[in-house]
Design a protein around this ligand. Sequence first.
Ligand code: ADP
Ligand code: MG
Length: 718
Amino acid sequence: MGNCSREHAIDRIASYSEAALSDESLRQPEEFGKYVFNEAAIKRYLPNRVAEKLLATIRDRQPLDPTIADDVANAMKEWAIGLGATHFTHWFQPLHGGTAEKHDAFLDVNGSGEALQTFSGKNLIKGEPDASSFPSGGLRCTFEARGYTAWDPTSPAFVKRHANGATLCIPTIFCSYTGEVLDKKTPLLRSISVLQRSVKRLMKAFGAEEKPVSITLGPEQEYFLVDRNFYMHRPDLVQTGRTLFGSPPPRHQQLEDHYFGTIRPGILAFMTDLDRELWRLGIPAKTRHNEVAPAQFEVAPIFEDLNLAVDHNMLTMDVLRRTALKHGMVCLLHEKPFAGVNGSGKHNNWSIAYGGRNLLEPGDEPQQNVIFLTVLTAIIRAVDLHADILRASTVSAGNKHRLGANEAPPAIISIFLGDQLTEILEKVGKGSAGAPESGHTREMILLGGETLPPLPKDATDRNRTSPFAFTGNKFEFRACGSSQSCAGFNMTLNTIAAESLDYIAEKLEKLDAADSESFHRGLAEILSEIIEKHKRVIFNGNNYAPEWVEEARRRGLPVLQKSMQALRTLTADENLDLFERYGVFTRTELLSRFEVFLEEYHYKVRIEGGIALEMARNMILPVVVDAYDKALAAYRAAKDSDLTEGVEGVRKVAAELGKLVDGITARCADMETALQGEHEGILDAMRALREVVDRAEQVISDEAWPLPKYREMLFLYN
Ligand code: ADP
Ligand code: MG
């Protein structure tokens, strides 16, 4: 049967022919935002007065005026029905890392048995899902399982279409009966407010007038595509999202010909469809290309406001999966679907804009650059002080197979700045360190304005091995896993950046802003002290080199190779204090989150072990025993014949197969034992089991092998 299904899948791929260009694709750009209740829709469906109030709420994060809620709900309903919607849902992001939706029809029935289409302000603003089955880390016992969802007007409602209609989706936060957060969005929103406040405080210390602050995010999303028929015959992919068996084919990525290669027609048809869907949802998908591993690709949007960008990334993952199915493929978002080839990450490009101007963009004016250097220094301090929780934010059962392998930034958090910028910072750093009275130091004047050299505007040397790279006008956090929600990394980043900006602002506030020269001298001293103390976190070299681990240890940077070790840092007192002080999490909330992550990690490893055992016993072992049986019969027949040739050969084949039967049986037994114990044991047992099964794959006849092979899944698609 194995062979049959593999053959069928291969035949289907072989018979692919490109579809003719449809007229639909010609209209794509006009359709941008068609499924979003955006400003245009608001203005069209609501009277001016109400529209203005709603837009003020969206733009300035004002609380929603309850008197307009019914009007807004009604307009939204009319708009959504026009796009085929029959239902609405509060769309939220529980702690399992995905999204959740429970649909309610716009349906009501009146006294005379007629259907009405209804949707009230109350429906819009608040929902009360029975929340007992979402992870809560012990925050909410099932007997008090009521949860609340509440509308987040800063992320616009949208319509999700399916073949047979559509659903109005309202982005919401999700909390418990007692008000504790149960989702990923709430702490993100809190951290955004926190950072906005700190940026304003810093800019005020610089004497700047108050302007709106926006935290920006552009997440690059990597993914794999495999033919759906192959996928269906891989229980490991279906159950865990990654292959637990399979040996890399002779050719995988060593020719380096896939990265940025010509995109195959079937994939391009998929990508075009993907972009169309994303654009309709107002997601500004901009870049698409082949990635390093065969069958691996990337999509990246134009950066947006953080909260919206996080929602959009969640939606992008959803649209990726749905669109792949439409094209007879499955999109794998797992961090390491295939052993031996590159895994998938999510590059988290993050920055801060003040009054629309990017604070991490060096400019032409010295004052602008003084602020740039200050913010840069604050982030260096933040990352050095809190490398542990940044690392913790990247922990997942999937990402563990990627981080630390020779392909993704290692488990040591360091910053890449590029040589030029590092040199400038070093100068600032040395500026006051024991500066002699007389030598009123060029470096201090450096920040005084006049002689600040032009800063490099383009980080020309691009270091791909750094987990946290400054890339000219933003920081790119690259340790993030492809399937993870962006909420966690950015919540952490925002909080630690806010703490560092406050640290500097507090010192600046003590200086005399009116006396420019002394202010800048004071600033130079503050910055130089910080740089001297925290420059150890800057590393422009090769992060993949084994020497770096030693060097990092020498520098005193945390080397958190093990996921559990990294995760546990969340429970350190100083980290609980930090999040509590900034009002991002109460201690209880953060501790419960830690429990959720821990539990999820362990469940996932246990599921992997369980399915590996099942596949080895039910799919692989019978095939190996069959082959052994045949080889044994051949050996007996050869011995009984008058031939001398072949006897030794079939004996060897039978012996090898016999060894595999023993090996697989023994390692299955080990796995069974391991499954009773800790995750480390399960991971070890999986590695051991994989070793014999992968060996069997090379020995068993191709025809009899039940699982689609790597060379098929990674190379055969349209
Ligand atoms: P790369 O060469 O690393 O792929 P790109 O220039 O393509 O880098 O940008 C990667 C991502 O960074 C894009 O999503 C882009 O929109 C985003 N980006 C650019 N500027 C900013 C910014 N100021 N804040 C946040 N993200 C940004
Ligand atoms: Mg990039």
